[in-house]
Design a protein around this ligand. Structure first.
Ligand code: SF4
Length: 202
């Protein structure tokens, strides 16, 4: 169990940076709060995220009739682009530092692009497994935990999938192409960060 004082510190540091920091004890609580923050009929874009998937929010939105643009859904050829101009964007970061910075590595940049400069409302979901001490340990976590697991999920023939370590692989094969450190959201943009009290995603 993550120490309660550490959770309070992270939430406080996120708030000080201008993020709307929210604690959810469970993924179901996070999904319910996100659903309540999205009006019926509003369009929702979703980035590639096991964390978002595990909350179940996509099914709740589809059941309510919200248009959802997610490239993981069947039949959505241009979903990445449509997601970037939806009313609300849902995603996760790959790591959340104690200081309240969100660190991510992307293959295409659609998720990181939409996270920092996409829809006017962005909800970012992070399980406690993504908490790290600082940016250096966040990058270490991404390269040794998130990337290998994502590469295996995608069936990519890259060194981290085989060894669990990053070998800074060749341009043609690598999935790590964009790195972002999201430190301060744009003033006036609704940028929620949900810290969820259980592991989510990679
Ligand atoms: S650069 Fe290559 S080896 Fe390193 S984490 Fe990315 S895909 Fe894996």
């Amino acid at each position: 169990m993550f120490p309660e004082s550490d959770v309070r510190t992270v939430l406080s540091n996120l708030s000080a940076r201008g993020f709307d920091a929210r604690w959810a004890a469970t993924k179901e609580e996070a999904a319910a709060d996100m659903l309540a923050g999205i009006a019926p009929g509003e369009s929702v874009g979703i980035g590639g995220s096991m964390s978002v998937k595990e909350t179940g929010i996509c099914d709740l939105l589809l059941a309510r009739g919200n248009p959802v643009y997610w490239h993981w859904l069947p039949g959505e050829g241009d979903a990445r682009r449509k997601a970037m101009t939806a009313d609300v964007y849902l995603c996760s970061a790959n790591a959340l530092t104690a200081d309240g910075e969100l660190v991510s590595i992307d293959g295409f940049g659609n998720r990181t692009g939409a996270m920092v400069y996409g829809p006017e409302r962005c909800f970012i979901v992070c399980g406690v497994n993504k908490l790290t001490a600082d940016v250096a340990s966040a990058l270490e976590r991404i390269k040794t935990v998130a990337c290998p697991q994502n590469a295996r999920r995608l069936g990519l023939d890259v060194p981290c999938a085989r060894t669990g370590r990053c070998f800074d692989c060749a341009a043609g094969k690598r999935m790590c192409r964009v790195t972002t450190i999201y430190s301060y959201p744009r003033v006036g943009r609704e940028t929620r960060v949900y810290l969820v009290g259980e592991p989510l995603g990679f």
